[in-house]
Write a protein that binds this ligand. Structure first.
Ligand SMILES: Cc1cn([C@H]2C[C@H](O)[C@@H](COP(=O)(O)OP(=O)(O)O[C@H]3O[C@@H](C)[C@H](O)[C@@H](O)[C@H]3O)O2)c(=O)[nH]c1=O
Length: 377
């Protein structure tokens, strides 16, 4: 199938001053809030920082967080009571995705006046460059008089960049040379087979796509669909009703178990096409350098349509990849989905590799955060 191109190893960044970081995470739904916060916290800890992760729902970390947890990272419940507040608030406070820090902690923040950062959602839209690093003075409430800074992850040099751990390139290179083939063999996937991972919500075009995939599988050899647990698995189960029983054997379906983030990453590195969703798995699919399709988190006012198009523009997606995204995300009829073929996947991989090469020019998010803290402290 397609050649796997690992990211070249990057030099480790210089160790920055050790600070204490309080990161706040409220889980709205799904796994992205906690997934991004955990990766950020673990990345900081691996760079010698002390991190306290405050969460209103840590349940997903039972399967998502690798063991042992990194030294320097501690996990805490949502601090709503005075006795929950640590003696000293950290040097840096990060509220993820505009979450609301409970009043007793706000009062402690007001006394300590740490550097206070609101880490925002990822988008390729223009406003990100405009709003990145803007101050927002607080006019009322327990922390009135303090300033909160907006920090936007993003795809261009004028944004905060993306999460990319210092050891990611080395892990990927090792997996490419020693682990990928074994991973596929373990899952019954041959070298020339086509392996497609599926992590999605309920894509409107899923029934049509499954019908199409089973009617005309892309590989000269076998095709495998690796379905993640939860919403993707439920959606597939329902949509398979539309696939004629005689075609069911054309694609081998694998029901994956929930796994820790590093193993999730390896799954993306092992596949020939990754259908991902949300925020964190999109970034991981970009680092994987394999063809990818994004099921964007749907918003009621369809604001995600512009967000998707901004991403496709940045990606310099070829027409077939744009058409697939638009149908996959319900912006055009399912019947406009291009059929997946080996030639199409080669084209999409060229696009993915070029995008990854551009991203590798960026300074990673955590390094940018550390530089920002040094600058403002
Ligand atoms: C299936 C699976 C996922 N994961 C992890 C990878 C990611 O860190 C996380 C999934 O997060 P995402 O890819 O962002 O998709 P998501 O849909 O779960 O999260 C979304 O939540 C919404 C509330 C936000 O508004 C969205 O922007 C997005 O973050 O789960 C594993 O570690 N192992 C697994 O087996």
């Amino acid at each position: 199938m397609l050649a796997f191109n690992p990211i070249p190893p990057a030099p480790l960044p210089e160790q920055a001053a050790a600070r204490t970081w309080d990161i706040f995470c409220q889980v709205i739904d799904n796994f992205g809030d906690i997934g991004v916060c955990w990766r950020a916290a673990a990345d900081l800890a691996s760079r010698g920082q002390r991190v306290r992760l405050w969460m209103d729902d840590a349940s997903a970390l039972a399967w998502m967080a690798p063991r042992p947890h990194p030294a320097g990272l501690s996990m805490h419940g949502w601090p709503t009571q005075a006795q929950d507040i640590p003696q000293a608030v950290g040097d840096v406070v990060i509220e993820a995705f505009g979450c609301e820090i409970p009043p007793p902690f706000l009062a402690a923040i007001a006394r300590r006046a740490p550097l206070w950062i609101n880490l925002e959602y990822l988008s390729a839209e223009d406003y990100v460059e405009r709003c990145h690093r803007l101050p927002s003075p607080l006019m009322s409430g327990p922390a009135a008089g303090l300033t909160r800074w907006f920090f936007y992850p993003g795809f261009t040099a004028a944004t905060g960049g993306l999460l990319r751990e210092p050891d990611l390139a080395a892990r990927q290179a090792t997996f490419a040379s020693e682990g990928r083939q074994a991973w596929r063999t373990r899952h019954g996937i041959g070298t020339d087979d086509c392996a497609i991972s599926l992590f999605c919500y309920e894509p409107p075009a899923l029934p049509h796509w499954l019908y199409q995939l089973h009617a005309a599988p892309p590989a000269p050899q076998a095709t495998h669909l690796l379905v993640t647990p939860g919403r993707a698995a439920a959606a597939v189960q329902q949509a398979m009703a539309g696939v004629p029983a005689a075609d069911h054997g054309a694609v081998t379906r694998h029901a994956l178990q929930p796994c820790p983030q590093p193993q999730f990453d390896e799954m993306l590195w092992a596949c020939d096409l990754n259908l991902v969703r949300g925020e964190d798995s999109l970034i991981r699919a970009l680092w994987a350098g394999q063809p990818l399709v994004w099921h964007i988190y749907p918003q009621h006012d369809d604001a995600h349509h512009d967000k998707l198009d901004a991403f496709l523009d940045w990606l310099q997606a070829p027409a077939s990849l744009r058409a697939f995204h638009h149908a996959w995300n319900g912006m055009t009829p399912a019947s406009t989905l291009p059929a997946i073929t080996p030639a199409l996947l080669r084209q999409w991989q060229d696009c993915a590799l070029a995008a990854r090469a551009r991203l590798l020019q960026q300074t990673p998010l955590i390094e940018q955060l550390q530089a920002f803290v040094t600058e403002k402290s």
